[in-house]
Design a protein around this ligand. Structure first.
Ligand SMILES: [Fe+2]
Length: 552
């Protein structure tokens, strides 16, 4: 824990001067239609399906029986379920939000209906018959946005022209907003089930995510500025100014000291977020940065430990705990390059990440393909196949990363489930052994419907839903990587355990939970084999030294 004592109370007569910092525990929370902005709420088609199949469903359920939601969120077994988590009855507010959703997101709701209608039409189409005659039956609003296709088994489907949808009425930036608020703990409602309503301590700014004011505001964490100027650039209303002013302090934040040492430094920030630095470069994998400025029981790195410039941000896959716009937007001004897995399948379940990032103000996004290399300085980043963990859906927006830097090599496997170890034998033929493996072992993942349910055209039988999960590797699968890549160090990570990400992971393990038992087995087996190994939690720093440094 890093102490931050806020002993200064803003003197509002001096708001025009340039000596103000944004407090370190101000959350800049991006919202779409007041719901937490995870990646499926950016791409127009997935957003439409989520508004119809998640948001409206949960709102309707809450309006019918708020007490059931209030009871469910108290039950640990219901954690991460479709229940709104409010301290008191917010039925009136949710009714208002539902009405607003029907009005402001009417185009999205029509798009969702049209997609469902198209799915129905395709199901009724004689199997294998030409699809050309179908184009005139495509729902009017989808005409020109889809190509109708078969797979080689004559299963009909459609491909969305996603780039065009982003330029249509179905990508409506006026639904985007930012909620600004101060937190003094890590407790937050599960973000996929609870929208952000008006609260006295929350300032809602109706600005899109590509607004440059977000960068200016974020810069004020390190460089002081004028409250007056930033309020003007964000369009803060006069009546909101008293609350807005409380987000600032004159107290300087601890200064970030750039790493200037001769080694490769690895720092674990929690979950799958790892920073690799040398004196020349910085690489941040799956950014998820905690806040500071309040008491925490877990030691951790936070925003103050992030460099002023991040050369590369690497995104492994399109799950809500690996792409956090809440972390990424405030870092946007520091990020030189974002690397995302390549996909342009046009499939509903596999939105294009480059388009999503581009449309929310990241202009420096590069897609990486399997085995494709990106070289800079003495570093080579290679895309490595990522399998499973997506409920057997055909999703390409996922990649592991091999990072070779100086004489060291790191393999970030993220949540890849090693369903066929021969794949990584083939990869090993190309990469050789690696020094360090980072492996996610959330082997009891959620069922398919938890994340992808709103995209399904028909409900899946319960036993199939339960069998098709978002599960990472267990011991038996994970140990293949050790056998294949002969690492000197193995770290289990991405377990969703840190308190500051419970609101997004909805995970709370006990010692008996399978992911804990299985990862303990892997760590123990590695230790038995003389490999340095542990399950990461909170924070960790390791310096990797050159051979000659060790000798000298
Ligand atoms: Fe995942």
């Amino acid at each position: 824990m890093r102490p931050f004592v806020n002993c200064f109370h803003p003197n509002f007569t001096h708001m025009k001067d340039n000596g103000w910092y944004l407090k370190p525990n101000v959350i800049i929370e991006p919202l779409v239609g007041r719901w937490y902005a995870w990646s499926h709420l950016i791409s127009p088609a997935t957003a439409a399906m989520n508004v119809a199949g998640r948001h409206l469903k949960i709102m309707n359920s809450y309006i019918q029986a708020p007490q059931i939601h209030a009871a469910a969120v108290l039950n640990p077994r219901m954690k991460g379920g479709p229940f709104m988590d409010y301290k008191k009855d917010r039925k009136e507010d949710i009714m208002g939000l539902r009405t607003g959703t029907m009005t402001h997101q009417a185009a999205s709701l029509q798009l969702a209906d049209a997609i469902k209608d198209l799915e129905k039409l395709l199901k009724q189409h004689p199997k294998g018959a030409s699809l050309e005659g179908m184009y005139e039956k495509v729902p009017e609003i989808l005409k020109g946005y889809v190509e109708l296709v078969y797979d080689l088994n004559n299963n009909p489907s459609f491909r969305l022209f996603e780039a065009l949808l982003y330029r249509s009425v179905y990508y409506d930036k006026t639904c985007q907003s930012i909620a600004l608020w101060i937190t003094d703990n890590d407790e937050r409602p599960f973000c996929l089930s609870t929208p952000k309503l008006d609260e006295p301590n929350v300032l809602h700014l109706p600005i899109p995510f590509d607004n440059a004011g977000i960068d200016a505001l974020s810069r004020m964490k390190r460089a002081p500025g004028s409250i007056e100027d930033i309020a003007n650039s964000l369009g803060v209303r006069e009546e909101d100014r008293p609350l807005f002013n409380t987000f600032f302090t004159r107290q300087e934040h601890p200064v970030y000291k750039k790493y200037e040492g001769p080694f490769v430094r690895m720092r674990y920030f929690g979950h799958a977020c790892i920073l690799i630095e040398t004196k020349d470069i910085s690489i941040l994998v799956d950014p998820l940065i905690s806040y500071y400025g309040y008491e925490s029981s877990v030691a951790h790195y936070s925003d103050i430990d992030i460099p002023d410039v991040i050369d590369y941000v690497l995104i492994t896959h399109n799950h809500q705990d690996h792409i956090l716009f809440e972390t990424l937007l405030p870092l946007r001004h520091k990020i030189r390059n974002v690397i995302v897995p390549r996909t342009n399948s046009g499939s509903l379940q596999d939105p294009n990440l480059k388009l999503a990032f581009n449309h929310i103000g990241f202009n420096n996004v590069t897609e990486i393909d399997e085995l494709e290399e990106i070289k800079f300085g003495d570093c080579t980043i290679t895309g490595i196949p990522f399998t499973g963990e997506h409920a057997d859906l055909n999703i390409r927006a996922k990649t592991c990363y091999h990072i070779a830097i100086q004489e060291f090599s790191f393999l970030f496997v993220a949540d890849s489930r090693i369903v066929e170890s021969r794949l990584y034998d083939h990869v090993h033929d190309l990469t050789g052994d690696v020094d360090v493996v980072f492996l996610g072992m959330e082997c009891d993942g959620a069922p398919l419907s938890w994340l992808y349910g709103p995209l399904l055209s028909e409900e899946l039988a319960r036993e199939k839903d339960q069998a098709r999960r978002l599960s990472g590797s267990d011991f038996e699968k994970g140990i293949h990587l050790v056998d294949i890549f002969h690492p000197k160090e193995v770290y289990v990570y991405a377990m969703g355990q840190e308190p500051w990400l419970e609101f997004i992971s909805s995970i709370k393990y006990t010692d008996e939970s399978r992911p804990i038992v299985q990862s303990n087995m892997l760590v123990q087996e590695c230790v038995n084999r003389g490999i340095i190994s542990e399950r990461l939690f909170g924070e960790k720093e390791i310096l990797y030294a050159h051979q000659e440094s060790l000798v000298s």
